[in-house]
Design a protein around this ligand. Structure first.
Ligand code: NAP
Ligand code: 8YV
Length: 314
């Protein structure tokens, strides 16, 4: 029987997927090795190791220098944790897990829209604390006829738009260029914020989007406006967001992602006009399973000389 191929598993990204990789490959688990020993560990497997499996949000820099490494199969669609300068230099192709998570992330985006517009989390606390016995809960904002502005109308953005239409929301969007969709295109973030009642961010992370949702965008969104973020925290000037929320220059926010996860600033924790989630956009059993399957399928394609299913264009 042919020996199992050697596979470096960089981090503990999804235990059920890693358990399946253990069955298929001779796995070498970097995160289980003390950091002082990792260089030596990588050298000891370097000659046989042509592929790695990794979280899309972090890869140990030493991995990129492995001489035989040709593929890193990432778990996650947003590959801002990968150093593409280093992978290009090393001739390494990176794959990710697009599309299989669109619906689940879009569901959470709409969940945050409802939770903020109708103050669902505060309403729950209101009942539990017995306040309903004394007074009425404050009114929310209707969605019908309002405008949902989507920053980053890509795969997930389109799944959000599809759902938003069934809530009778109008859709507008901002990308670097317009696309063939029946929604209003705004060439600038400020223009989109200006016409939006609810602004949803689905941008990828990385240098090109860093802090581009800033004080000017929140000012344009205005005091009745709601900001939702299911993209990346790095694309938002978090200090400007906290300022806008605490001064009520925007009405509220629903956040799944933050500047430095899992750290959430105390200033946000103390505000009542923000709903805070712990980056659970893709966090269902079914979707994480599908992401894991795509990690496995990409590796299978590589080891069998077939085209990779979802290579990332670097
Ligand atoms: P995608 O299909 O590539 O969509 C990204 C969109 O952003 C594209 O429409 C792109 O359009 C636009 N864009 C990119 N850079 C831009 C820039 N500098 N300025 C303006 N628009 C820009 O990606 P996706 O699959 O929808 O995923 C989007 C992101 O969601 C991921 O990268 C990840 O960070 C995040 N995500 C979060 C979760 C979660 O759990 N919360 C889960 C999955 C993904 P143009 O190229 O035309 O500009
Ligand atoms: C994470 C995500 O990968 O795919 C992405 O870009 O942000 C998420 O799906 C997920 O949180 C993994 O734990």
């Amino acid at each position: 029987m042919k020996n199992k191929e050697s596979l470096l598993v960089v981090n503990d990204f999804h235990p059920p997927t890693i358990a399946r990789l253990d069955q298929i490959y001779q796995t070498h688990k970097l995160w289980q090795v003390d950091s002082a020993e990792q260089q030596h560990f990588l050298q000891s497997i370097a000659a046989d190791c042509r592929a790695a499996a990794c979280a899309s949000w972090h890869c140990e820099p030493a991995v990129y220098s492995m001489p035989q490494l040709q593929v890193i199969s990432c778990f996650g669609v947003g590959v801002d944790g990968i150093d593409f300068k280093a992978t290009n230099l090393g001739g390494i192709t990176v794959t990710n897990t697009p599309d299989v998570l669109n619906d689940t992330v879009a569901d959470i985006a709409l969940g945050l829209v409802l939770a903020t517009a109708r103050k669902l989390v505060n309403a729950d606390a209101f009942v539990r604390q017995g306040q309903w016995l004394k007074k009425a809960f404050p009114m929310g904002m209707s969605l019908t006829g309002k405008t949902l502005g989507i920053i980053g109308l890509g795969r997930i953005g389109e799944a959000i738009a599809q759902r938003a239409l069934s809530f009778n929301l109008n859709i507008a969007y901002h990308n670097r260029s317009s696309k063939a969709v029946p929604h209003r295109y705004c060439a600038s973030l400020e223009e989109l914020a200006q016409i939006s009642d609810i602004l949803v961010n689905v941008l990828p992370g990385g240098k090109l989007t860093e802090d581009i949702i800033n004080a000017d965008v929140f000012e344009a969104l205005g005091p009745q406006g709601i900001f939702i973020n299911v993209g990346r925290g790095s694309s938002v000037d978090q200090a400007a967001l906290i300022h806008a929320l605490s001064q009520n220059t925007i009405a509220g926010a629903g956040l799944d992602v933050y500047a430095k996860e899992p750290q959430v600033p105390a200033a946000l924790l103390n505000l009542h006009n923000v709903v805070l989630l712990p980056h659970i956009g893709s966090g269902t059993n079914e979707t994480r399973q599908a992401m894991g399957q795509l990690v496995i399928d990409n590796l299978h394609a590589y080891f069998n000389g077939k085209p990779l299913l979802s290579p990332v264009e670097a």
